[in-house]
Design a protein around this ligand. Structure first.
Ligand code: TRP
Length: 866
């Protein structure tokens, strides 16, 4: 409020300035100092006082356009559509002045006067009113002529467009103005409007509130309509700014043209369900009349503060079209004497005041005086004003009227402070009091009216606070303004808006929140596809596919249902005890049992030639290893765990290694035995039972070492493979280190290969029972199985890879078992007569004496070696 105070301090100076620099078209200072007013504009209400406050109110909605061709004197302004609401505001200003004059505390020794003018809600008329405020009422009284008319400040104007004009006019004279209704954000510019103050919050807060309201109710497709003035322009601009980054899209922005055009207005209405309107009732009336004539209902209006409490639309005929309107109204206050004061005004008390006549005409439809131009029936003018005449008598929650009231008090308090300035503690340089025209900021004006503290911020604006108002049906079918929430701009962002949703009645007398969207949101399982060239709120829904960003992806262990609407857990698969698992188990059990059976047979016939001749100890070793081999295929079945994973490959590789080492040992012995028959070759000395064991042990040890290194460094671990099939999780053992895995297999392969080569060399050695032949054969099978295994293993997924490995183990084990032991078992069990040393050595045939001699020797050696 510093500027207000400052400007007040200079009023004396400004009045003097005014006297000499006044606009010459309004006052001409002739050579003989004769001062004549060129035009007169009658005030609506006047009261004299030591200090005079100007008041400008839109007492009519509009005016007939004057013919301003500048060739003759403009005719007096002719206004239409008396506005009882604005008349009430003017009366509230008068009441405030009267209260101050009666107050013993505020300005005790001074009286305030006022001059109230009608602006007809039109900027040009507002300008005339402002000039009329500056001028006196008559030439004799004119400050232009007498320099005796201290104009303190101006209360006004209502619309921002008018305030801008008035402010520009008052600026050179440094006369402060306080607006009670001009909320345009544009007026915050202190450089352009240095003497402008207001008791209404800046529209930046209102547009923020409206944006939050739209977001709150999920109205994403809204139309914006505005009047053709600064207020509308800046509000729409602000709202668009606030809506940026929200999901609300603007379907259209339209302007109600100043020269009303029905065609355009109708086009506007049919587009969106929710329509935000920044306009005042005057210009909205023809627009709404056309809307109603079209019989379109169901539009949800969002009203700005300018019309949300306008009484013009409260008639019952409006309810079907405007009922449910929601918007932000400025804060209400309490003026205790207002109702009584308003009732004191009647045509008898003011017989010459045309406005009071018009009030009567508007409220009672009758004319209290004969002189009136209207054709209305006559009435006494003593009719009592009741609450029902709400356009005028609505005093329960004064909003704009309260602003006008506050504005008068603000001026009075400022003046009071200036006049009662203690020398040495004043607002100006060196704490001096008024009279000095040096400029420096002063104290703030802060005061309380009926318990409410009135305060202004640095920009001259007041505290942002709005009521959420909803238009509901009243008892007599008329529209009532119901308070359903509030917006408190002083609260932290997010907490500002508070709405009691269940108390709201929506357009079309609905209790459901209306829906205003361009396209309904997509059902789960589909995604938005924005239409080319259309706002983002308008889209089609297309089914989700794997690379659509907006679709929600199922978590890792879930898979989308067939209709893509929900996530279902993925199937977990591993080589379980299902048909495959059971088959494997049965086969390995059969294999193991067969091996044990063979073991038993051999053990039982351990003293027979065939067992003895072929190195029984090694055979038992092989059978033992084979049993383990069969059993280790079982480790591959079942859910992989840390232990089973580590066991799988290592157990298998070590048992196989053991098995092949034994076979290798056996092959070496067979080979050695026959080569040793040549004279001078005592190789058998190096292949005694101890050495054989050592060979087996050391060959197996190599594998054990590889396995140990594998387990220590990078042991196999259970893992969930989700890559192979999207709908399944495959539980498998990851090898940990593939190098180790292939080393282990490679080592077995190496052993098998070596064994094959040696056996191959020995395959043609004489004798009825040449074991080398069978070993060759078994190794052939073994190698084939494992060679076939590699591609099958690599190409099969998780659980099948385990099955493949298991089958390879079983297959190769069976191969070994059958090739090595079936012929022997056959002889033992079915051909016991052949189970003699002679037969085995082929002695009966004696086809070659030397050979038989050799064989005798070698047999001896073989036997010895056993
Ligand atoms: N807050 C509006 C404004 O600043 C209120 C208003 C009053 C209005 N009279 C008007 C808006 C006339 C448009 C037209 O302008």
């Amino acid at each position: 409020m510093s500027w207000l105070a400052l400007s007040l301090s200079l009023y004396a100076v400004s009045v003097i300035t005014l006297t000499y620099t006044s606009v010459s078209s309004f006052a001409s200072i002739s050579a003989g100092q004769l001062c004549t007013l060129q035009n007169s504009f009658e005030p609506s209400f006047v009261a004299q006082g030591d200090f005079v406050i100007g008041g400008i109110f839109p007492l009519h909605y509009n005016q007939e356009m004057p013919d301003l061709n500048c060739t003759y004197r403009p005719p007096p302004v002719k206004c239409n559509g008396f506005d009882p609401r604005a008349f009430r505001w003017a009366q509230t200003m008068r009441l405030a002045v009267e209260e101050i004059n009666q107050s013993p505390e505020l300005l005790p020794n001074y009286t305030l006067g006022y001059k109230i003018f009608d602006s007809c809600a039109y900027p040009l008329t507002g300008q005339r009113a402002a000039l009329a405020v500056l001028n006196g009422l008559s030439e004799a009284e004119s400050p232009m002529c007498s320099s005796s008319y201290p104009l303190l400040a101006v209360i006004g104007e209502s619309g921002s467009a008018q305030s801008i004009v008035v402010s520009r006019l008052l600026q050179p004279f440094r006369i402060p103005m306080i607006s009670y209704f001009s909320s345009c954000a544009c007026l915050t510019d202190r450089r352009k409007y240095p003497t402008f103050f207001r008791v209404i919050p800046n529209d930046d807060y209102q547009v923020r509130a409206i944006a939050q309201l739209l977001v709150h109710f999920n109205w994403t497709w809204v139309g914006l309509v505005r009047g053709d003035h600064e207020y509308g322009r800046f509000a729409v601009q602000g709202l668009l700014r606030e809506l940026q980054g929200t999901k609300v899209c603007v379907a259209y922005q339209e302007m109600i043209p100043l020269l009303y055009n029905q065609q355009r207005a109708l086009e506007i209405i049919s587009l969106a369900k929710v329509v935000v309107v920044f306009s005042a009732e005057g210009e909205m009336t023809p627009f709404l009349r056309d809307y109603m004539a079209q019989n379109i209902t169901g539009i949800q209006w969002v009203a700005s503060e300018a019309w949300v409490t306008a009484s013009v639309f409260t008639g019952s005929e409006y309810y079907p079209y405007l009922g449910g309107t929601i918007g932000f109204g400025i804060r209400t206050g309490h003026i205790s004497r207002l109702s009584n004061y308003l009732q004191t005004i009647n045509p008898q008390k003011y017989p010459n005041n045309p406005l009071v006549q018009e009030l009567w005409e508007a409220l009672y439809g009758c004319s209290p005086s004969l002189s009136s131009a209207s054709q209305l029936p006559l009435c006494l003018g003593q009719e009592s004003l009741l609450e029902q005449h709400s356009a005028y008598m609505n005093t329960s929650s004064p909003r704009v009227a309260y602003n006008a009231y506050k504005a008068v008090y603000a001026i009075a308090h400022s003046l009071h402070n200036l006049l009662h300035c203690q020398p040495g503690s004043g607002p100006f340089e060196n704490n001096s009091c008024a009279q000095s025209n040096s400029i420096s900021p002063w104290q703030e004006v802060k005061f309380t009216i009926a318990g409410e503290e009135v305060n202004f911020d640095l920009k001259g604006d007041s505290i942002p606070y709005y009521d959420v108002i909803n238009w509901q049906r009243g008892t007599s079918e008329n529209i009532e303004f119901i308070n359903v929430g509030l917006f408190d701009g002083t609260k932290p962002a997010g907490d500002e808006l508070l709405i009691e949703e269940d108390r709201i009645m929506w357009a079309g007398h609905q209790s459901e929140v209306p829906v205003s969207v361009c396209s309904a949101s997509c059902p789960p399982g589909s995604r938005k596809a924005v239409r080319r060239g259309k706002p983002v709120c308008c889209f089609d829904c297309v089914p989700c596919d794997s690379d659509s960003i907006e679709c929600t992806f199922c978590p890792e262990n879930f898979w989308s249902s067939e209709d893509r609407t929900s996530c279902i857990p993925k199937k977990v698969e591993f080589l379980a005890y299902d048909s495959l698992g059971i088959a494997l188990t049965v086969i390995s059990a059969v294999g193991a049992c067969l091996t044990i059976a063979v073991f038993a047979v051999f053990f039982h016939h351990r003293n027979t030639a065939i067992v003895r001749v072929n190195n029984s100890e090694l055979s038992f070793f092989i059978l033992f290893a084979l049993t383990l081999c069969f059993l280790c295929s079982l480790v591959f079945i079942g859910e992989p765990t840390v232990w089973s994973c580590m066991l799988r490959h290592t157990a298998f590789s070590i048992t196989f290694s053991l098995c092949i080492s034994c076979i290798l040992g056996k092959t070496m012995v067979v080979l050695a035995a026959f080569t040793a028959t040549r004279p001078g070759n005592n190789i058998m000395k190096w292949l005694g039972p101890k050495q054989q064991r050592a060979i087996i042990f050391s060959c197996t040890l190599v594998q054990v070492v590889i396995c140990a290194a594998w387990l220590i460094d990078a042991p196999p671990y259970p893992s969930r493979n989700i890559k192979y099939e999207r709908s399944k999780i495959i539980l498998e053992c990851s090898v940990g280190s593939s190098l180790a895995f292939w080393c282990v297999l490679g080592y077995i392969g190496l052993q098998a290969g070596l064994c094959f080569v040696l056996a191959f060399l020995a395959r043609k050695l004489p004798g009825n029972f040449n074991e080398a032949k069978f070993i060759t054969f078994s190794m052939l099978i073994f190698c084939t199985v494992w060679l076939a295994f590699i591609p099958a293993y690599i190409s099969s997924p998780g659980n099948y890879a385990d099955a493949v490995e298991s089958f390879a183990i079983l297959g190769s084990s069976f191969g070994l078992l059958f090739c090595l032991f079936a012929p022997k078992c056959y002889i033992i069990l079915l051909k016991p007569e052949q189970n003699t040393k002679q037969h085995l050595m082929g002695k009966e045939k004696k086809e070659h004496v030397t050979a038989s001699q050799h064989r005798d020797k070698s047999e001896g050696k073989i036997e010895r070696s056993l």
